[in-house]
Design a protein around this ligand. Sequence first.
Ligand SMILES: Cc1cc2nc3c(=O)[nH]c(=O)nc-3n(C[C@H](O)[C@H](O)[C@H](O)COP(=O)(O)OP(=O)(O)OC[C@H]3O[C@@H](n4cnc5c(N)ncnc54)[C@H](O)[C@@H]3O)c2cc1C
Length: 383
Amino acid sequence: MSRDSNDFDVAVIGAGIVGCASAFRLAEQGLRVVVIEREHAPAMGSTGRSAAGVRLQFSDETNVLMSAHSLAEYRQMPQAGYRPIGYLFFVPQEQWSSHCAAVPLQRRHGAPVQVLSVAQAAHIVPVDGSGLAGATWCALDGVVDPHGICLRYAGRARALGARMVFGAEVTAIERGARDWEIQTRGERIRATRVVNAAGAWSGRVAALAGLRVPVDAARRVVFASAPLPPALQRAQPYPLTIDLASGFYFRSEGQRLIFGQSNPRDVGFSEGIDWPWLDTVVESSLARFPWFEQVALDRRASWWGYYEITPDHNAIIGTDPSEPRWINACGFSGHGVQQAAAVGRLVAQLACGQEPFIDIRSLALARFSEPAFQGGQSERLIV
Ligand SMILES: Cc1cc2nc3c(=O)[nH]c(=O)nc-3n(C[C@H](O)[C@H](O)[C@H](O)COP(=O)(O)OP(=O)(O)OC[C@H]3O[C@@H](n4cnc5c(N)ncnc54)[C@H](O)[C@@H]3O)c2cc1C
């Protein structure tokens, strides 16, 4: 049977870094792919608002592998703009043994993680060590350019024949015997499979098809400083530094610092910069890094965006338990940029019925309905 120009093997909903990486890898498999995006360009959702961190320091093997494979791919991609500025975790006494338990696993997968005393770590970033047991440092961790990566994947997908439809919010999805019928504001598109890569909106998109995906939006603010005063300037950038006691983090961005701290109560689609939260963030910064007193805020350079969170703060990757033609690639809970390259490959393997190259059984949607799931083993909400 011939298929018309609105007929595809796979429709990817969302042109963020996950949707574009998926589209590229799907098109590479020879599939006819359409990417449907509400905004007028790629990377307009969380992708364009992230703090751009990439780290190998995760506590479980699936996350370590997804970041390690993605980082390996980004390192080969000039557009990714990878800068190995390192991640430095300051760890309080009560988290020390569980935090360090993951170090052998991280090292086994190529992460040169060092366990440091507070005094050693203070040579990298001056710190008030009250209540701290030590620090871990991985020099391969760093930052990338999420826009550059996303646009690169979008370009490669297009070059392989994928169609990109922008300004096209998906408003209805019907399940047919053979195809999905996807209604956008402008046209009706048919596809045999759907990839739900709609980021913080994935739960809403799934609901259009009568499916349940537990992804909530959670606003996160990135505060930006003014260019640092001469006393704080240095030749090496400040690494992505995290105080695990409070969750406060910062890193260099050019001559400035960017910094923030998750507000666990800020769940839902609230908009704009949460200025009242700044008090808490400043308090956390001064308690651990007293030199922050010399750091001035640049209100206009600060921004906000949505984390896409799941109940255990880990992604949902895989086909829907009731509908194998629906693939979820969402719920990254603040670490989607650093895992998107691996996710693109995994989505293509799932769509083609191949064995996933990383064991992603722990990321199956079905985990949330198992009796054993009591909040699960939660990844921490850090960048
Ligand atoms: C402040 C902040 C800091 C972060 N820091 C980091 C970090 O340091 N490292 C890291 O790895 N990650 C970080 N993240 C998380 C990261 O940005 C996300 O995990 C990642 O961008 C998810 O990519 P995505 O493609 O799944 O989603 P998105 O980039 O949000 O893309 C989803 C797309 O779907 C589109 N869409 C939604 N609904 C519809 C619809 N109905 N019809 C059509 N299109 C639709 C949206 O417009 C959007 O473009 C951070 C996020 C924030 C907000």
